[in-house]
Design a protein around this ligand. Structure first.
Ligand code: SAM
Length: 302
């Protein structure tokens, strides 16, 4: 078969709603709400995801939650190799059927949160960077993405369908109502770019929220350097837990931060910010600087 010949022509792929209904009926498939099952039925959106991820025949792609294989078919057509992890065992025989034309895909019947992804990437791609692509189950969006970041999986980019609000929070900067601990956590590891907004009618069944495709391109070099990453993230969480309080009061009241009010006040002052500043006004660089100053002040008190 020629390199650039399609295994399944676009109109015969599952992105066509008629094909999806045919497969669902054939297997008497029952949607499981607890697994966040909303299957894509729009070829334009599928193309857009592949395009946003920049998939080429060089790439190994990790797909989370292939469902009946809708996005997987597009990935198999465009990537070198695909590994797809699906929790629902009733989908496995369906995937064997819908992905039968492809010899570049492995389906793994596991819970993504329990998979050792570093080990999988080592086995499948010799530890070289992979691309992660998914129409994510919305009930575990944050643990999946943060899990990939924190485990330091070699990943070039993560291109995922998420709830629109979550995409906006990931991309937000200081001064926006969407800015929060998730924005800072994501931006510490990656550059976030919203590639498309996707309405509910592009899915079956329709979700009751809007969706968006977001691409997170992992930084080659961290945008900030901080001595104690863990302390910085504790400061971030404490500041946004009490959004309406000043930074000083938010940190002082937080059970996660055991520092005297004097140290907190001195540190905020050393950062060059007034005592009335709120945490939501601080950039990632300022949180990193604050963590370094606090670490130093704490040392002085010992
Ligand atoms: N990729 C398909 C599509 O675009 O049509 C299906 C996407 S659907 C929103 C989410 C998929 O993730 C479902 O197939 C669901 O069974 C699967 N899933 C849910 N929780 C999972 C988990 N913990 N690990 C792996 N897959 C999971």
């Amino acid at each position: 078969m020629a390199e650039n010949q399609e295994r399944i022509p676009v109109e015969e792929r599952l992105g066509n709603p008629r094909k999806t209904i045919e497969v669902l009926n054939k297997y008497h498939f029952v949607f499981q709400k607890k697994y966040g099952q909303n299957f894509l039925i729009d070829p334009h959106v599928l193309d857009k995801i592949v395009q946003a991820a920049g998939i080429t025949k060089e790439d190994m792609v990790l797909e989370i939650g292939p469902g009946i294989g809708t996005l997987t078919q597009y990935l198999c057509e465009n990537a070198r190799e695909v590994a797809a992890i699906e929790i629902d065992k009733t989908l496995i025989p369906i995937l064997e059927d819908t992905l039968a034309p492809y010899d570049n895909v492995t389906v793994i019947n596991e819970d993504i949160l329990k998979v050792d992804i570093n080990k999988l990437v080592e086995e499948k791609n010799g530890g070289r960077s992979v691309k992660v692509v998914a129409n994510l189950p919305y009930y575990i969006t944050t643990p999946i993405i943060m899990g990939l970041f924190e485990a330091h999986v070699p990943v070039e980019n993560i291109t995922v369908m998420v709830q629109k609000e979550v995409a906006e929070r990931m991309q937000a900067g200081p001064g926006s109502k969407d800015y929060g601990a998730l924005s800072l956590a994501v931006q510490f590891y990656a550059d976030a770019y919203i590639a498309a907004n996707v309405p509910p009618n592009c899915f079956m069944p329709r979700p009751n929220v809007g969706s968006a495709v977001i691409r997170l391109t992992l930084h080659k070099d961290r945008p900030v350097s901080v001595q104690e990453e863990e302390l910085m993230f504790r400061l971030i969480r404490a500041s946004f837990n009490q959004r309406r309080k000043t930074l000083v009061n938010g940190l002082n009241n937080s059970p996660e931060i055991s520092l005297s009010k004097e140290i907190i006040m001195r540190s905020v002052e050393r950062l060059g910010l007034g005592g009335n500043v709120r945490g939501e006004a601080l950039t990632l660089v300022q949180f990193a600087n604050l963590a370094d100053i606090i670490a130093e002040e704490r040392q002085k008190e010992k």
